[in-house]
Design a protein around this ligand. Structure first.
Ligand code: OGA
Ligand code: NI
Length: 380
């Protein structure tokens, strides 16, 4: 009995060690820790209760009634034709970024018909049979493809959504053969949409730079130059949910990269932005695009602009599709606070880190509020 107890104990400790190692090691595990379940397929079975792996702890569950005090508050809406190249526009951008880290853009220059077409194409993709979508099943080493979870922590509570993630920039890592081949026009639409949003991001980075009192090209220089920046597209699919008060479509997080251009669903609200202790549900203006600051902007601006936490709620009646375009600094150079923004009373708040290293940590842990960027605060 004695020896078998010892070998059982040592077997267990080795097992625990190995699984901890998998969770914490900085090398990416190539596989998911548990079999992947498509949430869309689960929702389509007509389940009437949310399985426990999607049930969030009490403190993370959303408050769904609209009688909250913040319900009438809206994130700023900026008419970009009054922003580009206008001093008053820079002040609007600055106050939106300082106060919210988020704003909606109208007259942003991206063609509305193209926006409608690319979203319709993604809807069609998600409506394909599961076997067709599974051909693109992703793994946690690159995340590229069709997936249903973020992070590789075994036993983690999961979000009520599926997604398709693809790399767009730099063009050297763009590989349309990994993108959906159906519906027929989807690849061209993704490229056309990507080009327009890329141009919008270039203009925004310049405007953000000026709004911080920097030379127009200063932030882009810190990003590593327009030819070297990274960009990716994640199309999120939030299926109908029988018990939306128990779960989230996407858990609270800040975006790890530079800026995010979100094309929300025209009909279904879901995005919530942190405001103090509560959440504000974004009411999207038709044809608007939402922009939000990611952790790299917080780092580069030395905390003048903050990446703001957000999450997505789901509902029992309608599925929701959103397109998130992530525009990121070059991934292989250190990103730290811009020198010109440092003063004696406000020295560098963050230790420089390369974006590829930063992203790796996020990709292992999955969404976890603002823990990641807070961990970079240099101890002073
Ligand atoms: C994201 C995100 C919000 C949404 O993909 O990072 O925050 O409305 N999406 O889908
Ligand atoms: Ni996000």
């Amino acid at each position: 009995f004695h020896t078998s107890f010892i070998s059982l104990a040592s077997f267990l400790s080795i097992y625990i060690f190995l699984s901890e190692f998998q969770n914490n090691s900085h090398k990416m595990a190539a596989y998911w820790p548990e079999p992947i379940v498509s949430v869309q397929a689960l929702s389509q079975t007509g389940v009437t209760t949310v399985p426990s792996r999607y049930v969030k702890p009490f403190h993370q569950r959303p408050v769904l009634n609209s009688s909250q005090p913040d319900a009438e508050i809206e994130i700023p809406v900026l008419d970009m034709s009054n922003v580009w190249g206008k001093p008053e526009g820079l002040r609007l951008v600055r106050s939106a970024c300082e106060e919210w880290g988020f704003f909606q853009m109208v007259n942003h220059g991206v063609d509305h018909a193209l926006m409608d077409k690319v979203r319709a194409a993604w809807r069609e993709f998600f409506e394909l049979p599961l076997d067709e979508k599974r051909k693109y099943a992703n793994s946690p080493d690159t995340y590229e493809g069709y997936g249903s979870r973020l992070g590789v922590v075994k036993g983690a509570k999961l979000d009520w959504s599926d997604y398709f993630f693809l790399n767009y920039l730099p063009s050297s890592i763009r590989n349309p053969s990994k993108w959906p081949s159906q519906p027929p026009k989807i690849r061209e639409l993704i490229e056309e949409y990507g080009e327009e949003v890329r141009k919008l991001c270039e203009r925004l980075v310049e405007t953000l730079s000026e709004s911080l009192g920097l030379e127009p090209n200063r932030l882009m220089k810190a990003f590593g130059g327009e030819d070297k920046v990274g960009a990716s597209l994640r199309t999120n699919y939030y299926p109908k949910c029988p018990q939306p008060h128990l779960t989230l479509g996407l858990s609270s997080h800040s975006d790890p990269g530079g800026i995010t251009i979100l094309f929300p669903d025209e009909k279904v609200a879901g995005l919530q932005v942190r405001r103090g202790d509560g959440w504000v549900t974004v009411k999207s203006v038709p044809n608007a695009l939402v922009v939000n600051m990611g952790d790299q902007i917080q780092i580069l601006s030395n905390g003048i602009y903050k990446s703001v936490e957000h999450q997505v709620i789901v509902n029992p009646g309608m599925e929701r599709v959103s397109l998130a375009f992530f525009y990121n600094p070059r991934c292989d150079i250190p990103i730290g606070p811009v020198q010109e923004l440092l003063t004696e009373s406000r020295p560098a708040l963050y230790k420089p880190i390369r974006f590829d290293e930063y992203r790796l940590l996020i990709r292992q842990k999955g969404p976890s509020g603002k823990n990641q960027v807070d961990a970079l605060l240099s101890s002073r």
